[in-house]
Design a binder for this molecule. Structure first.
Ligand code: SF4
Length: 412
């Protein structure tokens, strides 16, 4: 007889036991020092401005801590993780060093879980997993540690409600992103549940054109069919829609997309009927929103020479911060201090493109006003390393900065 797995959703009460390791891996004295000075400081001829909201969010904090607690709770067990815990290579390599094996999170349906034994432990990352993946895992009778972020669970609740009420779910997100895959899998679990993922405004416009009768179903399927639920039929499935979004998208774009779709419905059906056919709910999480608001505030209020956005190149929320910055300021999305190759060369990801390039002459001479922020999956330790390296190019060595921090600690 098959029995079900034990599922832990609240950690193991081992906060104190993991605090030291987490502090050592992800804390930065330099960043704490900068924060204690109101997020801005002059270092030689470099003025550094740190955004008011940056770095690790509540969901990432929680997921990382649960992963550490899991190793303490089960020191000798095999522990597996479905995909990356979050999109930061440094954090994932730390997790890996704790003998936690990362499985393929992007192709979950291809993982054969028959190797799992009852004593094995599987961690579910902050993005969550496919509904079917969780069901398959449950039948293995192993231990499951679910770190799915509460904000992601709220999106699932919303899209499930749409599906139950017979609305097709339009998700603004990246079709292949783990979180969006998990979200649409929650729509598919309802008989007749339909979804269509749109990446940006130009894809949303295709749906609008269809709703307004400007293009036919064949043209829509040719352009967007791959991002729809199996058997998607625009003629039947785009009569009533509910909008939601991946939690880490550009919030302004998500709102615009919902507005575009509503307008298309009004143009086709009129206002009153649209009330019955159209639903929308902004499911951007507050941490993403706060980081986007903070970078906009920083860019609008200071006249920066340069803006650095720090985070994994596959991090969706970091990428959107870089997109916001590039519209207003000279800026670079970098992965960490290793991206600052030298005072002459920087390795960075181009905004709006999936391309990493090396650029020369990136650091202006003379006095410099530089803004710094980081995505929700970037630990302070990585931000601190970037700042140390940047200042070293201006002949301010790490030792001098550490003495400065130590002197202030002694004084206080
Ligand atoms: S970015 Fe938002 S949804 Fe993602 S883990 Fe952080 S708080 Fe949760």
């Amino acid at each position: 007889m098959e029995t079900e797995s034990v599922l832990y959703r609240k950690g193991f009460g081992l906060k104190k036991e993991v605090k030291g390791d987490i502090q050592q891996h992800y804390h930065s004295e330099l960043i704490t020092y900068l924060i204690s000075h109101g997020n801005e400081m002059q270092f030689g001829d470099v003025h550094v401005y740190l955004a008011q909201d940056f770095g690790f969010c509540y969901g990432v904090d929680r997921a990382v801590e649960y992963a550490y607690q899991t190793r303490v709770k089960f020191p000798d067990r095999n522990i597996y993780l479905i995909g990356e815990i979050i999109h930061n290579p440094f954090v994932n390599s730390q997790i890996n060093r704790m003998r936690i094996e990362i499985l393929d999170g992007l192709n979950q349906e291809s993982i054969d879980f028959s190797f799992l034994q009852p004593e094995d432990v599987v961690i579910i990352p902050a993005f969550g997993v496919h509904h079917e993946t969780l069901e398959r895992l449950k039948t293995r009778n192993c231990i499951l540690v679910d770190t799915t972020c509460g904000s992601v669970l709220s999106v699932w609740k919303r899209v499930e409600q749409y599906a139950q009420e017979g609305f097709t779910v339009i998700v603004h997100g990246k079709y292949a992103h783990e979180e969006t895959q998990a979200t649409w899998s929650h729509v598919s679990k309802y008989p007749g549940g339909r979804f269509l993922v749109v990446f940006d405004k130009s894809e949303a416009q295709i749906i609008c054109d269809f709703i307004e009768g400007k293009i036919g179903s064949e043209a829509l399927m040719e352009m967007l069919g791959k991002a729809g639920s199996p058997g998607f039929n625009p003629d039947l499935d785009l009569q009533r829609v509910g909008c939601a979004n991946q939690t880490t998208m550009l919030s302004s774009e998500s709102l615009e997309i919902a507005g575009m779709l509503e307008e298309a419905f009004i143009n086709r059906y009129g206002k009153e009927e649209t009330g019955k056919r159209f639903r929308s709910f902004d499911t951007i999480c507050s941490a993403t929103q706060d980081r986007q608001d903070a970078i906009i505030e920083l860019l609008n209020s200071k006249h920066l020479d340069l803006m650095l956005i720090i985070g994994g190149f596959n991090s969706s929320n970091t990428g959107h911060l870089a997109e916001i910055a590039t519209e207003k300021n000279h800026s670079f999305h970098i992965a960490g201090d290793e991206s600052l190759v030298s005072a002459d060369e920087i390795k960075h990801k181009l905004p709006f493109k999936n391309k990493v390039v090396v650029e020369r002459d990136w650091l202006p001479n003379g006095s410099l006003k530089i803004g710094i922020t980081a995505g929700a999956s970037t630990p302070n330790s990585k931000i601190g390393e970037v700042l140390y390296r940047l200042l070293s190019f201006r002949n301010i060595p790490e030792a001098a900065l550490n003495s400065m921090i130590a002197a202030e600690v002694t004084e206080s």
